[in-house]
Design a protein around this ligand. Structure first.
Ligand code: ZN
Ligand code: ZN
Ligand code: ZN
Length: 138
């Protein structure tokens, strides 16, 4: 069992189970948003049942190991929460490109100063939808 996966789970004071390690490994291998359906498909060989996968996603989200990403796909996608970033999403083929640099801090601050009801912002999401170069050519 990989030590860092084990530690990531342990740090949240969740019990380390083979299913949790398998789900976390799938996220760290792919480093891309995954839906529950994709995970179920990937973990078929790992002998983790569907209910456990849904439950693991829930609990991982609650403790902050993963976060939801809205890619406007049919199902909810999750990815590791450890590295803050944004995405380009192709509305033609569904391809995703990471935007590593976040330039939104000043926008967040400015918006917050103008807010009438809000005192603080904990997090934000920002996804850009359009066509990838391949889809744009066709
Ligand atoms: Zn991402
Ligand atoms: Zn595309
Ligand atoms: Zn950001």
């Amino acid at each position: 069992m990989s030590k860092s996966l084990y530690e990531t789970i342990q740090k949240t004071s969740l019990k380390v189970t083979p299913a949790r390690v398998a789900v976390l490994r799938a996220f760290t291998r792919k480093l891309q948003p995954l839906s529950a359906e994709t995970l179920i498909h990937k973990l078929r060989k790992a002998d983790v049942d569907n209910v456990t996968i849904y439950r693991t996603l829930n609990i991982f989200e609650k403790v902050g190991i993963i976060r939801r990403v809205d890619l406007r796909k049919d199902s909810i996608c999750f990815e590791l929460a450890s590295h803050h970033h944004h995405h380009f999403v192709c509305t033609g083929c569904g391809d995703i490109e990471k935007i590593n640099k976040c330039n939104l801090q000043s926008l967040v601050k400015k918006s917050l100063r103008q807010a009438k009801k809000f005192a603080s912002v904990d997090t934000h999401s920002f996804e850009l939808f359009g066509l990838c170069k391949i889809c744009a050519e066709n």
